[in-house]
Every structure is written in C-alpha cells, then in structure tokens.
Design a protein around this ligand. Structure first.
Ligand code: CTP
Ligand code: ZN
Length: 154
C-alpha cells in the first residue's frame, strides 16, 4: 500500500455487510435502525472499488449481530450483499443474502382496496419484477410497488 492509501480497518468482533451495490449503504443503515448515536464503532464505506460490481458499499459494525428478520430486510435493498460474522478478527461465518422470487408478509400492498388490506385473512404477496432497484407486483391486485415505497415501510 502506498502512503496515499488508507485501507478501512478490520473489526475484532461484529458484522461486516459487504458487496452492497454502490450507493445503497445508507438504505441498509436505515433498515437496521442505526442512528449514529449507538456507542459502537461503525464504518460505512461508499463507492469503493470492487471486482464484482465496479463499486460497492461496505458496512462494518463492531459488537453487533443481525437477526434473520434484519437479513431478510437487507435483501430487499441489497440482494447481493454478503454478511460476515467476525470473531476475534476472523470471519467465522459468511452468509449470502438472497432475495426470493416471491415476497410475503414484510411489505404491505399500497392499494387500499387490495384484498390483502381488507381485513380478510389474506396476507400480502408480491412477485419480484426487478431486483435492483427493487420493483414488486402485488399477487392479488397487480399494483406495482417500487423501492421507495418499500423503504418507507421498512
Ligand atoms: N473483515 C473485517 N474485519 C475482519 C475480517 C474481515 O472488516 N476482522 C471484512 C473484510 O474487509 C471484507 C469482509 O469482512 O470486507 C469479508 O472478509 P473476507 O471473507 O476475509 O474477504 P473476502 O475473502 O474478500 O470475502 P468475499 O469472498 O466475500 O469477497
Ligand atoms: Zn395489492
């Protein structure tokens, strides 16, 4: 490394969310409810060079593990992210985030007349039309839901 470079430091224990598409890290941060007021060391790197994507974002959080529900939510904005669990500086677990072809429950349909909003025991269901940026189609009423609508709900 030349003296012009400063590589982002490794963490001791915690979570590294890697391979987030460049520009999406702040959406992920928002989904995790991180405000910046936590007493944790966190690094958010935006638009760093990546072999896979050209550019990528990375989030490193000391001393925090993610729940399965948080991982599912991250998949909605960063479907190609990898989640690395770090213990004592070593990556002990690597989980590739995956966006299913159909999404149930997490998101509500934005159409108030949709059967999934009628109080009937029908939970929401969407088909993924496009992964990045996210675009969903309601299984019941066909309405399209874009990433911005989804983010409002997360
Ligand atoms: N990392 C970290 N602190 C550690 C260990 C790893 O911040 N103590 C970060 C690395 O900088 C990298 C990510 O966690 O961004 C995954 O680490 P590793 O599996 O070692 O890297 P790669 O082999 O490049 O991962 P991949 O195959 O997923 O690209
Ligand atoms: Zn609907």
């Amino acid at each position: 490394m030349s003296e012009k470079e400063l590589r982002v430091t490794k963490i001791k224990d915690g979570t590294v969310i890697d391979h987030i598409r460049g520009g999406y890290a702040l959406d992920v941060v928002r989904i995790l409810g991180i405000t910046g007021q936590e007493k944790r060391v966190m690094t958010i790197a935006i638009n760093v060079p990546s072999k896979r994507f050209g550019v990528k974002d990375i989030i490193k959080i000391e001393g925090m593990a993610l729940s399965a529900q948080e991982v599912n939510r991250i998949a909605l904005v960063a479907p190609h992210a990898s989640i690395n669990i770090v213990h004592d500086y070593a990556v002990v677990e690597k989980q590739e985030v995956e966006l299913p072809k159909t999404i149930e429950v997490i998101i509500k349909c934005t159409n108030p007349c949709c059967v999934s909003n009628s109080g009937e025991p029908v939970s929401s269901k969407f088909h993924v039309k496009n992964e990045e940026p996210l675009s969903l189609k309601c299984h019941y009423c066909g309405v399209s839901i874009e990433k911005a609508d989804v983010l409002k709900q997360l």
